[in-house]
Write a protein that binds this ligand. Structure first.
Ligand SMILES: [Zn+2]
Length: 196
């Protein structure tokens, strides 16, 4: 299991791709597994319910089951971590990272048979505890959109998306305040999921 910042992970990904094409003169038959089971690593049932709702929102916008909420962290491949004082520590209210684990057959090549390689993806999300607990009771439309923007942005990083600095309305713009174009974002999510 590899853990790294988005930029670091992206660089690794490029290395992986190049090794696929040069490996002993044979290429691997690569399968990408993008199946995200997320669990909230916190005992507060209100927080669990909140993120369960946000996951439902994400799936509804994507019109598919991209994320799966699971109650038990041991049954999840992805974690939602709530950290007290994250904002004071990092100056940020959220972090999102993508992770991947690669399993490959040995380099033995039988003529006509490509060795198999499976890349399993998951993510790690971390949020400022007070940011969400202070917004728990507020389900007004404006507050709901605030909570969605932060969650969707960090899930975007979890789906290998980098920051987009060219348009403030982009969900992946570094600053999540202001109006965002959810439609464009979810179109990008669908095309990422379709890339197998
Ligand atoms: Zn970001």
């Amino acid at each position: 299991m590899r853990l790294g910042s988005l930029r670091f992970s992206s660089a690794i990904s490029i290395l992986l791709l190049s090794s696929v094409s040069v490996g002993c003169g044979s290429s691997y038959k690569t399968t990408k597994v993008k199946n995200y089971t997320l669990s909230v690593v916190n005992d507060d049932p209100r927080l669990k319910a909140e993120f369960n709702d946000l996951i439902d929102d994400f799936n509804r916008f994507t019109a598919s089951e991209v994320l799966t909420y699971v109650e038990n962290p041991e049954q999840a491949n992805s974690a939602i971590i709530l950290t007290k004082g994250l904002k004071q520590r990092d100056g940020k209210v959220g972090w999102g990272q993508w992770l991947s684990e690669t399993k490959s057959d040995g380099p033995v090549t039988t003529p006509g048979n490509k060795p198999k390689r499976t890349i399993s993806y998951s993510m790690r999300l971390e949020f400022d505890l007070d940011y969400y607990t202070s917004r728990l009771k507020n389900d007004g439309e404006k507050e709901t959109i605030e909570k969605q923007k932060l969650f969707f942005h960090e899930v975007g990083h979890g789906l290998e998306m980098d920051h987009v600095s060219s348009a403030e309305s982009n969900v992946m713009y570094p600053d999540i305040s202001g109006e965002k174009n959810f439609e464009l974002f979810f179109e990008q999510v669908r095309s990422y999921m379709a890339d197998q």
